[in-house]
Write a protein that binds this ligand. Structure first.
Ligand code: NAI
Length: 658
């Protein structure tokens, strides 16, 4: 903080001392209120934090300061939202309503104060954090890559009940506001400025000054542009109908009731969550009793558990070397560079590296809007034909062709050159670590890092330990996976690890159902009706039927190859990449005919091998427990999240039957 901004501490005895909040008054008479939640690296709005905030706010209301600036005392992040650990009994309507009442009343009080208020946001500003910021008169975003605004409640099956539904659309207009709330998607500082979510987006060095100037000037808050004002007012039903159409294309109401509730709450009740009666699907009471909500909260906790597996390990990579710039290696390298690591990428010829560099540039353009930062990411990704990077890397990832001899020789060479502390990892999908490491001096160093295709989109990475792998190396690999913002799942080294092992019998079953005369469209419809993001036949066409045939044979050798699949592969109809497979593909999309009737029996028949195999994988200890299997299969195969995971779903089926 510069000298100009010297803060005068409050006079002794003038403020109670708080555990989570600090406050100082500067010489302009502005109060700087800093949230620094005790005992936590992240600010969340726990009951205690809210209670303290209310008491502080009451004091200000009595005193009427010149202005109030709310900011975070954490290194990373403004406020992550409500404290989800306090959501234990949230499926009880009275608990949910009381929790909602707490934030709703408090933020209404904040919105009603007479003095000007400003939220100075650096880092993530999520859920209740954004609702707090929306209740302030002004908002400033610090333009920093970590600054992100979102109302992600919909992902937990609930709604932004602390004023978000009402205020967000009022501040940014229904188009951007509904999009944020119905998808849970985050916006960065610049986008926040564009849509009017913040009044200014400023670089870190001037953030305090900008906040002070904005409060002292006290300009009237921005008004909505005309079209948005109309859509928010007299044309609200038109805006809602349009949003509903888009929503219906993305999520079924019976699977995901929350986005529909948010939309209706806005349309019919002007965002007041206490207005709908308890049986109304737009009410929080209805939502929290819906099984989807419980399951989505479960999935949130599963995700946190995967994240925690990579925490506190004390390994941090600066430089990654990737060998093999094909489909997988190229994208793994790009993702590492995107996350701030220096990456050297090796292949056998410059023309192999070219396409990977081009794909990386596209990824950076899409994911990093700022041109300079995108260029920095590109600068971090270095083509390295000679493989000089191996000597400097903290992690070496091999992603060359699936050929044992090639990999064996490569690892003998890598081991001789790499730093003693470097993780040595293979992305193999079917070879045994013990075999790949056979020519290494110390094969206990070798771990598997099994990424999924497409790497930038798929969250999961299986961290594979072979029989000889030293657990310490596997632990470091977990930390590395977190560092590149993926979810690590520790698995044992058996054919297909967890994800492919479970997926394959399900896919083979789907092919067989086609052999028995069902249309591919019908099989896909059964999966989609259950809630899978993509039917197994479309998935097979997307992955490539040749790959499916080979992996199928590898993982389920005893099964006769499915007839139609073999015919298609023989005819060179390999799916999306060749323009035709089970479906004809046009402009990247399958051309589908009508699907037949789908009922519960058909769905169950399609899914049984999936559920059985997941159970067997846990019994055999491929992953440590059923929850980890559920997590892996949700984040690795997209198993319908609102079902809570395959094993959880199987258990709930059994309970229903008893
Ligand atoms: P790919 O064929 O697209 O790329 C392999 C690349 O490695 C090629 O560019 C090739 O020139 C290069 N290469 C071969 N030998 C090399 C050597 N000695 N030194 C340097 N570069 C060399 O293969 P893809 O699909 O990327 O697969 C790579 C690995 O990842 C395989 O082990 C595969 O099993 C595994 N994998 C593949 C997945 C997929 O969906 N394609 C998913 C998960 C794992």
């Amino acid at each position: 903080m510069n000298e100009e901004n010297t803060l005068i501490p409050p006079a002794a005895g003038s403020e109670a001392s708080y555990r989570h909040w600090r406050m100082e008054t500067d010489r302009d008479g502005l109060v700087w209120l800093t949230l620094d939640k005790a005992g936590s690296s992240t600010n969340t709005l726990s009951r205690e934090v809210l209670d303290e905030f209310e008491s502080i706010l009451d004091g200000f209301i009595a005193r009427n300061p010149r202005g109030l600036i709310i900011r975070s005392g954490k290194e990373k992040g403004f406020i992550a939202g409500a404290d989800i650990n306090e959501f234990d009994d949230i499926d009880k309507p009275e608990v949910a309503v009381a929790l909602m009442r707490r934030g709703w009343d408090l933020f209404n009080k904040l919105a009603a104060v007479r003095f000007p208020t400003l939220a100075l946001v650096r880092g993530f500003c999520m859920g209740g954090g954004l609702e707090l910021a929306l209740a302030c008169r002004y908002r400033i975003a610090v333009d920093d890559p970590s600054t992100r605004f979102a109302l992600p409640e919909v992902m937990l099956g609930i709604l932004p009940g602390w004023g978000g539904v009402k205020r967000l659309t009022g501040v940014v207009g229904p188009t951007a506001g509904l999009d944020m709330m119905l998808t849970g998607r985050a916006v960065d500082a610049r986008r926040a400025k564009q849509i009017g979510l913040v009044d200014a987006s400023v670089p870190p060095r001037v953030m305090e000054n900008s906040a002070r100037v904005m409060l002292v000037r006290g300009n009237p808050p921005r008004e909505l542009p005309l079209v948005q004002r109309l859509l928010h007012g007299p044309l609200r039903n038109v805006a809602a109908r349009f949003a509903l159409k888009q929503l219906e294309r993305k999520a079924r109401r019976e699977h995901y009731p929350a986005p529909y509730a948010i939309l209706e709450l806005w349309q019919k009740y002007d965002g007041d969550p206490f207005a709908p009666p308890p049986h109304d699907p737009a009410s929080i009471a209805y939502l929290v009793q819906h099984p989807t909500t419980k399951n989505l909260i479960r999935v949130f906790h599963l995700q946190e558990r995967l994240k925690s597996l990579g925490k506190g390990i004390g390994f941090e990579a600066k430089h990654v070397h990737v060998i093999g710039a094909g489909t997988m290696g190229g994208d793994i390298a790009a993702v590492c560079a995107l996350r701030g690591l220096t990456v050297t990428l090796q292949d056998t010829a410059p023309e192999r590296l070219g396409p990977a560099m081009k794909r990386a540039a596209e990824l950076f353009r899409k994911r990093i809007r700022d041109r300079l930062r995108a260029r920095d990411a590109m600068d971090r990704l270095i083509p390295d034909l000679a493989g000089d990077g191996i000597r400097r890397a903290d992690v070496v990832i091999e992603a060359v062709v699936e050929n044992l001899q090639v990999k064996q020789e490569l690892f003998a060479r890598i081991e001789a050159q790499a730093k003693p502390g470097a993780i040595l990892a293979t992305n193999t999908s079917s070879l045994k670590l013990a075999d790949i490491g056979a020519q290494m001096r110390d094969p206990s160093r070798l771990v598997g890092l099994h990424f999924f295709n497409p790497v930038p989109q798929m969250m999961l990475v299986e961290v594979v330990s072979g029989t000889g792998t030293d657990p310490e190396w596997a632990r470091r690999a977990l930390a590395f996976v977190r560092q590149i913002d993926k979810l690590p799942l520790p698995t044992k080294d058996t054919a297909g690890f967890l994800v492919n092992r479970v997926l394959m019998p399900y896919m083979l079953n789907a092919f067989r159902m086609v052999d028995e005369g069902l249309a591919p469209e019908t099989v896909d419809k059964a999966a989609e009706q259950f809630g899978m993001p993509m039917g197994p036949i479309t998935l097979a066409d997307t992955v490539g039927l040749d790959i499916c045939a080979v992996v199928g044979k590898q993982l389920v050798p005893e099964a006769a190859p499915p007839r139609k699949l073999s015919q298609l592969v023989e005819a060179g109809k390999l799916g999306k990449k060749s323009g035709e497979g089970f479906y004809r593909w046009h402009e990247g999309k399958p051309v589908k005919g009508p699907a037949g009737h789908v009922d519960e029996t058909l769905i169950r028949r399609l899914l049984t091998p999936y559920l059985d195999e997941a159970r067997r994988a846990v019994e055999e200890g491929i992953v440590a427990d059923a929850d980890l299997a559920d997590a892996g299969l949700i984040f690795g195969t997209g198993f319908a999240p609102f079902r809570g995971g395959p094993l959880h779903y199987a258990r709930s089926l059994e309970q229903e039957q008893h």
